[in-house]
Design a protein around this ligand. Structure first.
Ligand code: FE2
Length: 288
């Protein structure tokens, strides 16, 4: 099985293929979908192709009666069925990302109007609950802000490795990033998570990334190489390569992806219709 982290030949082959197929123009990454509950062959092929070469696709659907079931059905057609039983997930596996006035939920930044820094979803999850894909669908945009930015983490790895292979190697250290356990009233809700930032995901044989740019409550392995590599990674993310994508989703638009690195800007809600995004997190990658 190809291993782009440890084999130089595998890496070069993978890199050349990736660079030859990447789609850097966002206009070409948006797929118009007629009926999300019943995709045409062409729509489905276009979306899976984009998710194969770029690890994401944007899509736009007509207005729906029941957004929740339409998005669940849309995702299922890409074999996105097994979902993360996240704290605030509702019945069919989607979380409603909107400002919450519930005290416990409002402690988590996604449920506020605040900005969220670069991260992959579920970076703190145990390996058996690894998030390989997520969907983010816009029911109501904000009045202002709520812009998303993302980059394919595999492309981030490629850019870092081309710049300096030692940086890429440092980020594959088995204890590169640790997230302490989440405790509530002395009870462990989530165990400590220790692992590399970039690694080969055994289940899919794909290069995977777990990362958060948050520095609070995150421990990086205590070595100069790893700390410097994290700084260079952050610099890359803060920059603007042709592989950075920036988009504010309008109503009825969504992002389907193999857990790309992403961030969100702060926003201001419209008075009567607060920003509402439906998010699904899945254990499989997007498949045809
Ligand atoms: Fe996220």
């Amino acid at each position: 099985m190809a291993n782009v982290v440890t084999s130089i030949d595998d890496y070069r082959f993978w890199r050349d293929e990736k660079l030859a197929n990447v789609q850097a123009d966002i206009e070409n990454c948006l797929v118009e979908v007629n009926k999300p509950t019943q995709l045409s062959k062409a729509e489905k092929n276009q979306i899976t192709h984009l998710c194969r070469v770029n690890n994401f696709a944007l899509f736009h659907i007509p207005s729906q009666q029941d957004y929740e079931s339409s998005i669940v059905s849309f995702n299922q057609q890409f074999n996105l069925k097994a979902f993360d039983q996240h704290l605030y997930v509702k019945g069919q596996g989607l979380a409603h990302i909107t400002q919450s006035d519930q005290q416990d939920q409002a402690e988590f930044i996604p449920y506020t109007d605040r900005a969220i820094g670069w991260h992959t979803d579920g970076y703190y999850n145990a390996p058996e609950d690894r998030i390989r894909a997520f969907s983010l669908f816009c029911v109501n945009p904000a009045q202002q802000g709520g812009e998303n930015q993302w980059i394919d983490p595999q492309m981030a790895y490629l850019l870092l490795r081309e710049k300096n292979p030692d940086i890429a190697t440092a980020l594959t250290h088995a204890q590169a990033m640790s997230i302490p356990a989440h405790k509530v009233d002395g009870q462990i809700r989530r165990k400590t998570s220790v692992g590399p930032i970039f690694f080969m995901d055994e289940m899919t044989s794909q290069l995977y990334m777990r990362y958060t740019q948050r520095k609070k409550n995150i421990d990086f392995y205590d070595s100069d190489e790893i700390k410097q590599a994290v700084e260079i990674l952050d610099l890359l993310l803060a920059g603007n390569t042709q592989y950075h994508f920036t988009h504010t989703m309008s109503a009825n638009q969504g992002l389907l992806c193999n857990n790309v690195l992403h961030k969100r800007s702060t926003y201001i809600d419209q008075q009567d219709t607060p920003r509402l995004m439906l998010r699904g997190r899945y254990f499989n990658r997007v498949q045809s």
